[in-house]
Design a protein around this ligand. Structure first.
Ligand SMILES: Nc1ncnc2c1ncn2[C@@H]1O[C@H](COP(=O)(O)OP(=O)(O)OP(=O)(O)O)[C@@H](O)[C@H]1O
Length: 319
């Protein structure tokens, strides 16, 4: 039996614009989501995440390619597997004057799930104690957690969350992140689509990065973080002078947004110290910079955007 919970092969979605043009939203995508853990589905705005999810759930028709959920072809076998899946793709409708608990109880009844599951779902998303309050009094983060609780009523093996932290403040983001991490640890496979990298890196075990509808990278987060140039953060009293000296010695140097320190591409701290020391510049700190998902993402998506632009130029040139 395949250990992949989600698998797409050569998946493609084209939209035809009113003027007759063709927009390729998803382009030959091979997505492979392993069983267990949280899988990040990452890409800039408009890169095709929602469209892919909608196709997987039978909400949009693929133009080409094939998809499997739990090894069953979808959309044809969706009725067989849908009860094993929970999804929050659009904001679900809850009654504002009912409490979170009442909303979930009504939902449980309508889908034939025992009422006892309501308390379990409320507890899993950390709403115990607030579940008897009216829905309209909830913060955005609480509303989003109630939406996740609603999907948990069926006790799904796979949970698909499309940008669940959209519009939330940092506290709300943390609440959702903790909930997702907890679900992953309980054995639920979570597909988490997002363009917010810092938050994703903290909860994901594996990830797929897409750009312009195409796969750019996929694998365990540890593997995605490997490679790339080693760099260090250099703190000096006069960053401008240090920049000039390091530049002159052949280092690749950038100035981070804070402007107070320098980012130097090198895996040799003693050489950096020596070059600056010889110029009479003394370091106050030298810190190795750990590669994070954000830098991997930016490298890949920037390279992709550039390739895309060059591709268009090349096409234009041959016309
Ligand atoms: N119904 C539609 N008709 C025409 N074009 C569409 C439709 N839905 C999506 N698109 C286009 O397909 C591309 C991918 O959109 P999609 O919503 O899948 O991206 P996304 O990665 O989910 O973005 P976001 O992070 O902003 O939600 C975009 O260019 C979008 O404008």
């Amino acid at each position: 039996m395949s250990d992949l919970v989600i698998e797409t092969t050569g998946l493609r979605k084209e939209f035809r614009s009113r003027r007759g043009g063709l927009r390729v939203a998803v382009n030959d995508l091979d997505l492979a989501v392993p069983r267990g853990g949280v899988h990040g589905f990452l890409g800039p705005n408009g890169s095709g995440k929602t469209t892919t999810i909608r196709m997987l759930l039978g909400l949009a028709r693929a133009s080409k390619g094939s998809m499997e959920l739990f090894g069953h072809p979808v959309p044809s076998a969706l009725p067989q597997v849908i009860d094993r899946i929970g999804a929050v793709v659009e904001s679900p409708k809850f009654s504002p004057n009912f409490s979170g608990h009442q909303n979930l109880t009504l939902l449980a009844r309508s889908i034939g799930v025992p009422k006892a599951r309501v308390d379990a779902a409320v507890e899993t998303v950390g709403l115990t104690g607030r579940d008897r309050d009216r829905f309209k009094s909830y913060s955005l983060g609480m509303k989003q957690r109630l939406a996740i609780a609603a999907t948990l009523l069926k006790d799904p093996e796979l949970l698909i969350l499309d940008e669940p932290t959209n519009g939330l403040d940092p506290a709300g983001i943390r609440e959702i992140r903790d909930t997702i991490r907890d679900l992953g640890e309980r054995g639920v496979t979570v597909l988490l689509s997002s363009h917010i990298l810092a938050e994703v890196q903290q909860v994901c075990t594996s990830a797929t990065i897409i750009g312009n509808g195409r796969m750019l990278a996929s694998g365990p987060v540890d593997e995605l973080l490997q490679g790339g140039p080693a760099s260090m953060r250099v703190d000096v009293p006069d960053p401008t002078a240090a920049h000039r000296v390091l530049d002159g010695a052949g280092f690749v140097v950038t100035t981070p947004a804070d402007g107070a320190s320098l980012l130097v591409e090198s895996d040799d701290p003693s050489r950096v110290t020596q070059v600056l020391g010889e110029a009479g510049i003394w370091l106050s700190a030298l810190t190795p910079v750990r590669r994070d998902l954000e830098s991997v993402f930016l490298e890949l998506t920037e390279a992709d955007t550039l390739g895309h632009t060059l591709g268009h130029e090349a096409t234009g040139a041959t016309r």
